[in-house]
Design a protein around this ligand. Structure first.
Ligand SMILES: NC(=O)c1ccc[n+]([C@@H]2O[C@H](COP(=O)([O-])OP(=O)(O)OC[C@H]3O[C@@H](n4cnc5c(N)ncnc54)[C@H](O)[C@@H]3O)[C@@H](O)[C@H]2O)c1
Ligand SMILES: O=C(O)C[C@H](O)C(=O)O
Length: 360
């Protein structure tokens, strides 16, 4: 270390170089080392996991970045997007929590953003507008997910991936194909995020029961679109029962929760705040599993043998390697069995669409 390296003037120069880089420093940043406040790292940061948010400047991405910066299990937080990451990074990096925040912008910095990451959370891609289905996003988002997953395969092949971009029922199969082609596929490490369906189910069921939603747990299986979202109201914890009218109301509201938000936002996008909350909750569960905590169970859309379909959302036990165990569906009633058949039909088409996209 330079003898003056810790002198006040040297320390100020170090910080100022980051905040107001000289032209050569800026050029260096643009080559891939952009927006790295490594030299300004606050003391006291605990050891933890390295997490990247890809699509960090978006509606979900910004709130999710904030929430991940608050997570004590995160030691390094990389924020990547194709636009606007400098502002989001500067903003989030001023939070006095321990994670070091670095920002990356544009395809040429994807590799630097992903290298060394333990967990990659992907909320990149277009959201719905009123009148659209999630599948209407396929043409735009399939390519976005493919290129990001190619980056993951190259730069952090052992990272656990939490995939949020819609249509999840097809983007997870696309990601699996990318990883298979790269020779890095491990089904345990690829998890489609369906936590928002569970959050909605818990909320709406708690409203009907008149209890605190934090005390309710509703398994939601199948997938993440319309009839593929299958709440198992016969398996609610704590045990309870519903009238046929309540079952019909709850199933319909849970399956259309996303559309409810899209319509309320009237063209300004889809769920972002509740989604960031749900994604942060799911990422935290993954990190606790990766740390070795026991008994972490969440619903997720994963490679599965629970049905004849290659992908299916159900309860999974999270562990050091990701989805360590896929739990069985448990006993279904007649209403749920009928729902399962409908869900499987649509899911099978969405999975096939994702796989065919990669075979084109
Ligand atoms: N799984 C779920 O439960 C769930 C819930 C809500 C939204 N979503 C989906 O999440 C996605 C994002 O939603 P949003 O509301 O945040 O949208 P948004 O438009 O606000 O943000 C998307 C961000 O992705 C970025 N982006 C686009 N291409 C990229 C690329 N190649 N690499 C990195 N970043 C890229 C954009 O620049 C933008 O900042 C949508 O597809 C939406 O349908 C999923
Ligand atoms: O509904 C959408 O398009 C976004 C998301 O999938 C949701 O469930 O809110």
């Amino acid at each position: 270390m330079h003898p003056d390296a810790t002198s006040p003037s040297h320390r100020i120069a170090r910080v100022a170089a980051h905040l107001n880089p000289t032209r050569p420093q800026r050029a260096q940043m643009e080559e891939g080392a952009a927006l790295r406040p490594a030299a300004c790292r606050a003391k006291g940061g605990a050891p933890g996991f390295k997490v990247a948010v890809v699509g960090a400047a978006g509606g979900i991405g910004q709130s999710l970045s904030l929430l991940m910066k608050m997570n004590p299990l995160v030691s390094v937080l990389h924020l990547y997007d194709v636009v606007n990451t400098p502002g989001v990074t500067a903003d989030v990096s001023h939070m006095d929590t321990s994670a070091v925040v670095r920002g990356f912008i544009g395809q040429q910095q994807l590799e630097a953003a992903l290298t060394g990451m333990d967990l990659v959370i992907i909320p990149a891609g277009l959201p719905r507008k009123p009148g659209m289905t999630r599948d209407d996003l396929f043409n735009k988002n399939a390519g976005i997910v493919r290129s990001i997953c190619e980056g993951v395969a190259k730069s952090c092949p052992n990272a656990i991936v939490n995939l949020i971009s819609n249509p999840v029922n097809s983007t997870v199969p696309i990601a699996a194909e990318v990883f298979k082609r790269a020779g890095t596929y491990c089904p345990k490490r690829l998890l489609g995020v369906t936590t928002l369906d569970v959050a909605r189910a818990n909320t709406f069921v708690a409203e009907v029961l008149g209890v605190d939603p934090r005390e309710v747990n509703v398994p939601v299986v199948g997938g993440h679109a319309g009839v593929t979202i299958l709440p198992l109201l016969s398996q609610v914890s704590p045990p309870c029962s519903f009238t046929p009218d309540e079952i019909s109301y709850l199933t319909n509201r849970i399956q259309n929760g996303g559309t409810e938000v899209v319509e309320a936002k009237a063209g300004a996008g889809s769920a972002t705040l509740s989604m960031a909350f749900a994604a942060a909750k799911f990422a935290d569960a993954c990190l606790r599993g990766m740390r070795g905590d026991a008994g972490i169970v969440e619903c997720s859309y994963v490679a599965s043998e629970v049905t004849e379909l290659p992908f299916f959302a159900s309860k999974v036990r999270l562990g050091r390697g990701g989805a360590e165990e896929i739990l069985p569906l448990g006993p279904l009633n007649d209403f749920e069995r009928a729902g399962l058949e409908k869900a499987k039909k649509e899911l099978s088409e969405s999975i096939e669409k994702g796989v065919s996209f990669m075979n084109k």
